[in-house]
Design a protein. Sequence first.
Length: 256
Amino acid sequence: MPEHHFDTSERLASYADVLAGELPGTWSSTYLPAEAKDDLAELTDRVWDLDLVAAALAEHPLRQAAVLSRADGAQLVLLDRHDERASFLVAAIAPPALPNQAYRAVPEPNGVALSDDDPFLSAEQVAGDLLPRYDTALAQVRHNALGGIQPSQPDRIVLTWQPDGSIATVPADDRASAVLTSHGFVQDSQSGIYRLHGEDTQAQARALREIGPRLDALGIGTALQHPAGRTAPVAAPASASVPTAPASPRSAIRSR
């Protein structure tokens, strides 16, 4: 192994800091030491790679790592390459909380090896190779995670019943998002989906009645539909009663 002039943890953390500062967009860097065993174990499970990095992790479990995070939720992991070469490996991290079926038919954005002597050149390599593949895969799995949820338009928001009784939507702009949030919809930061949970059906129905006039005042119509586009969207006026949610959940597919 090559000798280094400072501690390996400082070397990895410093390199990650420089890399984060040179990548396009706004990135931050977080160092995970050996003591963060739970975080490192979770990170290992989420490494989005079936090639170079996966092989390295199979032989050398993570003892430290640096996580690079972008403002929109994208994440990369930087780790040591345990061989005779003084270098690092960088890989994409799969987003959390997405259903396994969202990953079907999406190519893994496999990671790359980086030289440890020039983080500026490495940033160019990541920006020109890994990031475009990662952004493409990320967009695909987020789209797949929408399932039967139709994207909304600036002048029309589509609300979709979910098998668990919640209602989900993907608003087209911040005006609709603000109305939804103020009436109990909660956004998932990874998928961008807004959900109104159905544990309290009366509160859910009240929220749906109240958002109608507020959206209408903004020139935004509403439509309510069942999952997977089984029925055509039907206009949902503020005074309309809320349909009964689908009774039985569909089984989840647990493979990626």
